[in-house]
Design a protein around this ligand. Sequence first.
Ligand SMILES: *Cc1c(COP(=O)(O)O)cnc(C)c1O
Length: 346
Amino acid sequence: MTPSSPLRLRLDGDALVSNWKWLAARSGVAACGAAIKADAYGLGARDVAPRLARAGCRDFFVAHWAEAAAIADQIPSAQIAVLNGVDENDLAYARQLGAIPVLNTARQLALWRESGGGRCHVMLDSGINRMGIGPEQMNAELFEGLEIDIALSHLASADEDVAQNEEQLEAFERMAGTIVCNRKSLANSAGIMLDRKFHFDLTRPGLALYGGIARPEQRSGIAQVVRIEVRVLQIRNLTAGQPVGYNASFRCSTDTRVATLSIGYADGYWRGFSGKGRACFKGHDMPVLGRVSMDLLTVDASLVPDLSEGDWVEIAFDLQTAAALSGMSQYELLTGLGKRAERIWS
Ligand SMILES: *Cc1c(COP(=O)(O)O)cnc(C)c1O
């Protein structure tokens, strides 16, 4: 027997695939890859990767070697790139697994070459100043003898219309132009929506695959992938003046029917939703009352008389709206989704 779960994520596989196809079409002649690091932004890499591979995705990006190992058997015909690079301890494993390291530093480039070389990617830092070879470090010897598939770089501000985008584009072209590689790649979800000169040979969306809206132009083409459903654990009728939740941050101004739901900040429904989030039942909105607790959430069910203990309700989780309400980024909302929720793919 398995215990029942009072909290579930409904994950829409068709929406995931249609988002990838839309981004692939927006990538023009460039191929479209997928960033599936952090367990596919919390959705589950083992569920996401094969669906995208079946749709035609051939290039997957993770951050850690263990993340590559977790999906390698599922997408044998695709290439997995490990963004965070290699150190001595990873070398043997990397070669055995067959995932491709993204080499970020002069030390990593030397390590890979001296340990036998083979196909690799190279991260060039065009201005995010976080990971990769900086412009001041560029020289031909660094890359000598390496079999470089992709020269990549990462945009810092593609979700905004700022001069930094063009500056990074120019810096990337300058740097990548001096090395021998098969392919070039610059754009993330937001970068795809910039001019097509940002596309190069391969784009690398993450957020938008999972329903995030990185730029307003994506509202028309990107569908919600994650829906949160929770059970009603209890319902009580309170009277004017009674407090609800920790520190009595909400006090009923009138008779109020309070439903307690099985979700809290331990599930990634952060305290920023306190007094701001919403649950929905059969088209009726139920505003969050008071603080979000660790495992519990209280909502106002006064206008929903047919709601009963044990019913399932949906938590409003349109990512753009939820981010604005909670003060968290869309990335944090996705990657924070708790592990104890049952994940149901359709
Ligand atoms: C996370 C990541 C991406 C995907 O970025 P999104 O903004 O989620 O589309 C692409 N490239 C690199 C190097 C990344 O780290």
